[in-house]
Design a protein around this ligand. Structure first.
Ligand code: MN
Ligand code: MN
Length: 267
């Protein structure tokens, strides 16, 4: 069950993620409908797009709206796929998944307790999710931008941050092996597109060099999709894109759906 949230009100650097949902939809429509890797013809699947949520200026209200929408989708035993919008929106979704461990893709630790006077700023998502889920239940992969304040918060090790340099050194399959003991069979999966290297994903609000490869993220999706109960893609902005980031976001959604539905041995 797909829905878009065109909100980027707390974005600190390059805005435009409010334009991402439609940009990702357009890219999705241009993807080939069949994928032999999954042996799936995507139009045959039951995927519903609810369109965009009506958003206001207030981040708190928008996060509450996301919480409500996701709770309805979840009650209906469907899998919510949220197209952001900025990363703060994820908090509303996570409130519905207290039984889950969380897998985040992000360049940033997003571990500030507040930013620009706002505890729901997009730079605080991991910290807010920790408040909801508790320690040792969040894995954030692709980390390479952390403030000293976050690093020395005394709680930094309550989240398993996997630095992008470690992914490069060890390879994603070995990282996935390491994570077996942390990640449960119920997952909330949040992809901040800036976790991926700007070479693959230039159209993001706060680009950060030395990131993950697109195929690293595909591999993680292949591995974890069948255990995932909620999914989002955030922080993509078409205003700084050459078209590749929308296409990659659309492809990752296809990978998510394909990984869930496929009977092929994809991992
Ligand atoms: Mn980020
Ligand atoms: Mn983020």
């Amino acid at each position: 069950m797909i829905f878009g949230v065109p909100f980027d009100g707390t974005s600190s650097y390059r805005r435009g993620s409010r334009l991402a949902p439609n940009s990702i939809r357009k890219a999705y429509d241009n993807l080939e409908s069949f994928d032999p890797f999954y042996n799936i013809n995507f139009p045959d699947l039951k995927i519903c797009d609810l369109g965009d949520v009506t958003v206001g200026e207030d981040v708190q209200e928008n996060v509450d709206t996301v919480e409500t929408i996701v709770s309805i989708i979840k009650k209906d035993e469907k899998i919510p796929i949220m197209l952001g919008g900025e990363h703060s929106l994820t908090v509303g979704s996570v409130r519905n998944f207290r039984e889950c461990t969380m897998v985040i893709i992000d360049a940033h630790s997003d571990f500030r307790d507040g930013y620009m006077g706002n505890p729901l700023n997009h730079a605080c998502v991991t910290r807010r999710s920790l408040d909801i889920l508790g320690k040792n239940r969040i894995v954030s992969i692709g980390t390479r931008s952390v403030s000293r304040e976050e690093y020395e918060s005394g709680r930094f090790n309550e989240v398993r941050f996997v630095f992008s340099s470690d992914v490069r050194k060890k390879g994603i399959d070995s990282i996935i092996d390491d994570l077996k003991s942390v990640v449960s069979d119920k997952i909330y999966f949040s992809i901040d597109m800036d976790g991926i290297d700007p070479a693959y994903a230039p159209g993001v609000g706060t680009p950060e060099p030395y990131g993950l490869k697109d195929t690293d993220v595909k591999r993680l999706i292949n591995k974890f999709a069948k255990s995932t109960l909620g999914f989002d893609i955030v922080e993509m902005t078409p205003l700084y894109d050459n078209g590749n980031t929308s296409m990659l976001a659309a492809k990752l959604i296809q990978d998510f759906v394909g990984s869930r539905e496929s009977n092929a041995n994809i991992y």
